[in-house]
Structure formats: structure tokens, C-alpha cells
Design a protein around this ligand. Structure first.
Ligand SMILES: [Zn+2]
Ligand SMILES: [Zn+2]
Length: 560
């Protein structure tokens, strides 16, 4: 009987983001990705969301390292946070590692990481993990599908992929290699990207966007072009640069991550822009509008990005004016739609023409659509299948798709964050759950407690009411020292507010005097009584539930 293999899902199954899974062989653990997630509108004030590392913390001594499948933030963005807690080997393509190093360096934990660079079709052994790396096409170069040769057979993880038959760098998804593996060894378990399972047909090739960009550029002769895309999308940057050069323009990059990724990719020979065609953004003042193409970050409407600052008129290098054309060569990821829309609005207000994926062919997805997934399944033909990387609806649709191709329904398992599965000689079964909470990071403080977010939501939606209740306790007697005071923000203001505050004051006074007469002396208890009195009053009169914070002065420390 071969030893069982366990896989635990820490994130990415139920959301687009914070992808992280742990595969266990012979008591050792290898992670597949360690990514972050960007917050949505209801995550007030949160910068990023991490996977819950509890399970990894408890098993730190068993962890060999992390396979970084590609250089996107939702796959490598949480590495630096995990490295703060434990040293790790990070395995990936040279570009993926280059990108990861940048992020890890920013947090000052480079010395915690050992990097293992692997090339296309390499097969390496790290501890008990026998791993093989297959090229896949995606919206960042040099991504991998990873095959784990385990005592329970081959477990294939697709990574993020599409089947681009004409990729910019001509590095194809290695369907032949995967076919070989499927025929020779057989795939025991397949974990496959579900992002676009709901989209019919095939995705467009990245190179088709290059042609479309050239046409757009040509039609805007004499006008300044500013084009935003993901800084990691080196092939998009290449095609923008090619279109710019073909139409006689000089290129300047803008935004920290764009500058660093362009420098990294040029240095690695993955991006070809002649020095003579590149200008620093500081030095473009003398370049005529029609001769300039600026490649910028901010395609997701990030409020601090170069593009958002441009939309607000706060960009220190460029101010948008009449005649400019701004192209968003991207598609908003879920949650970013409204900020992207705000940026578009700001740019148009300043006189720019804005071209986006809703009105022109300026973006192609990096994820396989339904027909590509079918091609993949027909080649891999796994015994067991678990859809990964998607919201629940995407994974459910991916499961339906596989079933529609003849995959037996009892050999498909739709899992969620926190689930674990165990592969044995008998088959695949569910294992014990692991903690998989959202870990919120804001500013430079440690993780935010979930209650902070709940408080922020209440403050944002209902407002704040504070009550100050000064009391005096002398011997056995206790009394209100003076009238309670009520302050509020974002609740009801003006004359109506004054009246309500006055009435609320009476409600508190009555309740507190009663409490004191009943012999209550403890601060916590009196605060609770004051809060309840005001809360009830407010709800009855306004149907609102603002955050009510009582401060009782002069009471006993604890309920005596
Ligand atoms: Zn991803
Ligand atoms: Zn990706």
C-alpha cells in the first residue's frame, strides 16, 4: 500500500486571489503558490488580504518550500509575509523568482528565502517532492503547470493558463508534454484553473491584441498616447512598445511596478525595447505629443497609481489635456469595477479620449475559456478532478464542464478554502478542515481583527454616537455629577440632530439614575445600561443603528 498524499486548500477556492495550497508527501509539505487578494469595497480600509497561515505555522518544521507557478500577486504576493515567520525555499522560473524577489526585498526578508530556479520541462527533487514543470501560456511570461510525481501517482496542477496558439514569445502551452505524461504515467488527480469556466469558446490570442493596438495608434496620429496595463504583463508591454515604435513614438514608463518590471524583463532578455526608444518620464517635456507613448500602471483604478493620479490632476509628471488618448489595456478584476469607472470618468472630464476593453479590442484574457478547458481535460484525462482558482460559481461550472465530457461525477470534488483531501490507494476522500479565514492587512500594523471591519462597516453606514456620563460615588451614595453629554458624527445633524441628542440625553439620565439607585457601581455595567438606553431611543426614533460608545467617568473599575 502506497503512502497517502494530502492536499489542503488555504485559499483561492471561492475567490480570485490568495491562492495557496499545501501538498503533503511522507510527512513533508510543499506549498503551491502563496498569493494575496485585493480587498473589495466592503473591506473598509484594508490594503490586502492574506491566506490564513495557522496551519503552516503549526507545521512550520515540516515545510520544504513553495512552488511559485507564476509571477502574479495572487500567487506570490503573500510570500514575504510567510517568510517573516519561517525560512522557505522558493521554486519557480527565473522571471517568477525575479518578480518575487522584488516583493520579498521590499519587506526586508530576502535572507529568509532560498531560491531554486527551474526551466521549462525541468524535473527536480526537493525533499520527497519529485516535481516536473510544464510551460503554460498566461498573462505573465514563464508560467508553469506543475506535475507532482507522488507515491499516489501524478498530481497535476494547471497553474493559471490559457491555450494561446500564437503567444508573443512563441512559448506554447506544452500540450504534447502533458499528453505524454497522461499516456505514460496517467494523471491521478488534476487541479485546474476555473477562472473563465463560464465563458464560452476560446480566448483570443495575445498577439491579436498587438495588431489591434497598432491600428488604434495609427488612427491617433499627432496625439499623445497613455496606455495602462498590468505591470507584470510583459507581453502586453512588448506589444504596446512595438506599436509605439512602429508609429514613430518614444516610450516612457510610469509607476513603480511598471518601471521595475520593465527593467527586470529587459535585463532578462524577455522584453525588447531599444535604449534609443526609451525615455525617463522626467525627461519627456520636450517630446511632442504625437511622438510620445506612456506605458503606465493603474489599469485597475488603484487610487494611488499613476493613472488615478492623472485622473485627479495630481500626477507629478503628466497632466492630461484635450486631445490625449488614454487606453486601458486590461479588464477590471472583480471588485475593481467602480474604481476603474471613476478613473475613466476623471480622465474624460479632463478632456481625454478613453479607450477600454468595453469598446475596443485592447485586452485578451490570460485564462482558458470553456473550450480550452475541454481541450485540457481531453488531454489530461485525470482519474480525479478538483476545480481550483475561482469563485465558487466558476468552480461549479468547471465541474459541470468536466462531467459533460464524461468525467464520472463521483470522481469530481468541488472544494472550498479550508478543505483538505487525501489521496490513497482507494481513491480521493475529504480530510480534516484547516483554518482558512481572511487575514486583513492594513497600514503597517499586524492583521486586523474581523471585528474592526464590522465596526468600520457600522461607522460607514450608520454613524457614531458617543455618550459621556460623569458620576460621583462617595461612600454609599452615588449620583450623576452633571447632565450626560452626547456627541455624534455621521448620524443626524442640524436642528433635528440637536433635538434628538437632547432627548437621548434624557433617556440616558433616566436609565443611569435608575441604575445608581439600584446600587450599580461598576463602570462596565453602567456603560452597558447607558448604551442600551441610547440605542433603544435612537432605533425607535430614527430606525438607525449607529455605533454607540458610552464613557462613564467616576465609576468603579469593575462591577462591584
Ligand atoms: Zn491567478
Ligand atoms: Zn495569474
Amino acid at each position: 500500500m502506497a503512502a497517502p498524499v494530502r492536499i489542503s486548500f488555504l485559499g483561492g477556492l471561492g475567490e480570485i486571489g490568495r491562492n495557496c495550497a499545501a501538498i503533503e508527501v511522507d510527512g513533508r509539505i510543499m506549498l503551491i503558490d502563496c498569493g494575496l487578494m485585493f480587498p473589495e469595497a466592503d473591506h473598509a480600509g484594508v490594503d490586502i488580504i492574506l491566506p490564513d497561515f495557522t496551519y503552516l505555522r503549526e507545521n512550520a518544521h515540516r515545510i520544504e518550500g513553495v512552488v511559485a507557478t507564476h509571477g502574479h500577486e495572487d500567487h506570490i504576493g503573500a510570500l514575504s509575509f510567510l517568510l517573516e515567520e519561517m525560512p522557505l525555499q522558493v521554486i519557480g522560473s527565473p522571471l517568477t523568482i525575479g518578480m518575487a524577489k522584488g516583493r520579498i526585498g521590499e519587506r526586508g526578508v530576502l535572507d529568509q528565502a532560498t531560491f531554486i530556479e527551474v526551466s521549462d520541462n525541468d524535473r527536480i527533487q526537493v525533499g520527497p517532492f519529485d516535481m516536473e514543470f510544464f510551460p503554460v501560456t498566461h498573462s505573465v511570461p514563464h508560467g508553469f503547470a506543475t506535475a507532482f510525481h507522488t507515491p499516489q501517482g501524478v498530481i497535476l496542477h494547471s497553474g493559471d493558463f490559457k491555450l494561446d496558439m500564437t503567444p508573443v514569445d512563441q512559448r506554447l502551452t506544452d500540450l504534447a508534454g502533458l499528453g505524454h505524461l497522461a499516456k505514460d504515467d496517467g494523471i491521478r488527480l488534476f487541479l485546474c484553473d476555473s477562472t473563465n469556466a463560464e465563458s464560452a469558446g476560446f480566448s483570443e490570442s495575445e498577439t491579436s491584441i498587438g495588431q489591434s493596438l497598432q491600428d488604434l495608434f495609427r488612427a491617433r496620429e499627432g496625439r499623445r498616447l497613455i496606455i495602462a496595463c498590468f505591470a507584470s504583463h510583459i507581453h502586453r508591454v512588448q506589444q504596446i512598445a512595438d506599436a509605439a515604435i512602429a508609429t514613430g513614438r518614444t516610450i516612457a514608463t510610469m509607476g513603480r511596478s511598471m518601471n521595475s518590471n520593465v527593467a527586470l524583463a529587459r535585463q532578462m532578455g524577455l522584453l525588447h525595447i531599444p535604449d534609443a526608444k526609451l525615455r525617463a518620464i522626467e525627461d519627456v517635456d520636450d517630446v511632442p505629443d504625437g511622438d510620445l507613448c506612456v506605458i503606465s500602471t493603474g489599469s485597475q483604478g488603484e487610487p494611488l497609481s499613476a493613472l488615478a493620479r492623472m485622473a485627479n490632476g495630481e500626477n507629478r509628471w503628466l497632466s492630461v489635456h484635450e486631445g490625449d488618448c488614454v487606453i486601458l489595456s486590461s479588464h477590471p478584476i472583480p471588485g475593481n469595477e467602480s474604481s476603474v469607472s471613476r478613473v475613466i470618468d476623471g480622465l474624460i472630464r479632463r478632456g481625454a479620449e478613453v479607450v477600454h476593453s468595453g469598446i475596443a479590442r485592447v485586452h485578451a484574457t490570460g485564462h482558458a475559456k470553456a473550450e480550452e478547458l475541454r481541450v485540457m481535460h481531453s488531454i489530461v484525462q485525470p482519474e480525479w478532478f478538483i476545480p481550483v482558482h475561482g469563485e465558487y460559481r466558476h468552480m461549479a461550472e468547471h465541474a459541470r464542464l468536466a462531467a459533460g465530457m464524461g468525467q464520472p461525477a463521483d470522481k469530481i470534488m468541488v472544494c472550498s478554502d479550508g478543505d483538505s483531501v487525501i489521496l490513497t490507494d482507494e481513491g480521493l476522500r475529504r480530510g480534516e478542515e484547516i483554518p482558512a479565514d481572511y487575514i486583513y492587512i492594513a497600514g503597517s500594523i499586524g492583521p486586523l481583527d474581523h471585528s474592526v471591519l464590522i465596526d468600520r462597516r457600522i461607522l460607514g453606514q450608520e454613524g457614531f454616537v458617543g455618550i459621556i456620563v460623569p458620576i460621583s460615588i462617595v461612600g454609599a451614595s452615588a449620583e450623576l455629577l452633571r447632565e450626560p453629554e452626547i456627541v455624534s458624527r455621521g448620524w443626524v445633524e442640524g436642528d433635528e440632530g440637536d433635538l434628538l441628542r437632547k432627548e437621548a440625553t434624557l433617556a440616558v439620565r433616566e436609565a443611569v439614575e435608575q441604575a445608581l439607585a439600584d446600587g450599580k457601581r461598576g463602570r462596565d455595567e453602567i456603560e452597558r445600561i447607558a448604551r442600551r438606553a441610547v440605542g433603544r431611543f435612537i432605533n425607535r426614533r430614527t430606525k438607525l443603528r449607529p455605533m454607540v460608545v458610552p464613557v462613564v467617568l467616576g465609576a468603579h473599575e469593575s462591577g462591584k
